[in-house]
Design a protein. Structure first.
Length: 315
C-alpha cells in the first residue's frame, strides 16, 4: 500500500459495527472491505473501500470532545492546507465508540526524506514551510487546550517560568518511575530553568500549533506535500513547539530541507529568529521529559530521552 496511513496488525473492529457506522453516515451499510491503519494515541483508523470504489478513512475514538476538535479544525483548514477533510460529522455508535469518516489522502511518509533527490527535498520543504506559516498565523489570546469549538478551555503558561514548571512536573514523575535519580532531577531542573530563558529571544503571540509534526504525520505524493495528519494534539501555544520536531531525525540530517523550510516560513510569516534551532532544541526537552513521565516506557525511547537530557543539560 503506497500510503502514509500505514496498515497495522491490530484487532479489527467488528464488521457489524463498521456496517452500522456506514449506515449512519451514508445511508448504506454496504462496503467492500476495511483494513486497520496506524492511528493516534486517542483513536484508531480503518481504510474502507465503499461499494462505489471510493476509499475513505473511518476514525474511531473514545473521546468525543477530541474527535469534535479534529472535525472543527478540518472544517476550518482543509481549503487552505492539505488536511484530510471530514466527510461526516462525528457521531456516537454507543457509549464507547465515537466515529467520523475522512477523505483518504495518498502519499508516502516524510520519513524517507533522506532518500529523496535534493531538488525534491527543497520543494517539499518550501511547501511545508508555507503551510506551517499559515498555521502559525492564526493567533489566540491565551495558550492551552481547545474544546470541540476551538475555544481555549484549559490554559497554559508558555512563559519561560511556566515551561520550566511543566518540565519540573514531568521530570519529578520520571524520578517516581525510577528512570532518573533525585540528584539528577534537581540538576536537570536547575540547568533547564537557565537554558529556557532563550525562549525570550523568540517573541510570538500564542498561535495554532499542530504539536505532532513528526515524519510520520506529513505525507508527500508526486513531488508535493499531500497531507498533514493527526491533529489530535493541536493546541494554542508557541511556534517552538512545532519547530522542536525539526531538531530531530530525519529532518536534522537534511540541511537542504531545513534551509528551504525556514526560508519559506520566513517569507510567508516574517517571524523566525536565526537561532530558532537552539530555542527549539531546549523547548524539545519538554517532550522528552513527558516520555519519561510515562510508566512502562519502551526501553529504546527511555534511552533516547535520557541521552537527550544528558547531551543538552548534563556535564
Amino acid at each position: 500500500m503506497r500510503a502514509g496511513w500505514q496498515a497495522v496488525n491490530s484487532k479489527p473492529i467488528s464488521q457489524q459495527f463498521i456496517a452500522q457506522m456506514c449506515q449512519m453516515a451514508f445511508g448504506s451499510a454496504q462496503y467492500k472491505h476495511a483494513n486497520p491503519l496506524n492511528g493516534g494515541r486517542s483513536h484508531q483508523n480503518h481504510l474502507l473501500t465503499l461499494n462505489n470504489g471510493i476509499q475513505v478513512v473511518l476514525r474511531i475514538g473514545k473521546n468525543p470532545a477530541n474527535l469534535q476538535k479534529q472535525y472543527a479544525l478540518s472544517q476550518k483548514l482543509w481549503r487552505k492546507l492539505p488536511v484530510p477533510r471530514f466527510i461526516s460529522a462525528p457521531q456516537a455508535l454507543n457509549e464507547q465508540i465515537n466515529f467520523a469518516f475522512l477523505e483518504y489522502k495518498r502519499g508516502q511518509r516524510l520519513a524517507n526524506i533522506q532518500q529523496l533527490p535534493t531538488a525534491d527535498q527543497a520543494q517539499l520543504a518550501f511547501e511545508l514551510g508555507e503551510y506551517l506559516a499559515l498555521i502559525h498565523s492564526q493567533t489566540f489570546k491565551t495558550a492551552g487546550e481547545f474544546d470541540g469549538q476551538l475555544k481555549v478551555d484549559q490554559t497554559y503558561d508558555m512563559s519561560p517560568k511556566g515551561v520550566a514548571g511543566i518540565f519540573t512536573e514531568r521530570l519529578s514523575q520520571a524520578v517516581g518511575n525510577g528512570y532518573i535519580s533525585t540528584a539528577q532531577c534537581r540538576s536537570y531542573i536547575i540547568k533547564f530553568e537557565t537554558k529556557i530563558q532563550i525562549l525570550n529571544q523568540w517573541q510570538h503571540p500564542n498561535c495554532l500549533i499542530h504539536a505532532d509534526l513528526n515524519e510520520d504525520n506529513v505525507l508527500h505524493y508526486d513531488g508535493h506535500i499531500s497531507a498533514m495528519l493527526d491533529w489530535e494534539f493541536t493546541i494554542s501555544g508557541h511556534p517552538a513547539l512545532d519547530f522542536a520536531k525539526f531538531t530531530r531525525t530525519p529532518y536534522i540530517n537534511c540541511p537542504v530541507f531545513l534551509e528551504n523550510l525556514c526560508d519559506s516560513y520566513y517569507l510567508t510569516h516574517k517571524s523566525l529568529p536565526a537561532n530558532w534551532d537552539d530555542i527549539a532544541g531546549v523547548f524539545d526537552l519538554i517532550a522528552w521529559a513527558e516520555f519519561l513521565s510515562r510508566k512502562n516506557l519502551n526501553p529504546d525511547v527511555r534511552m533516547s530521552a535520557l541521552k537527550k537530557l544528558e547531551m543538552t543539560l548534563g556535564g
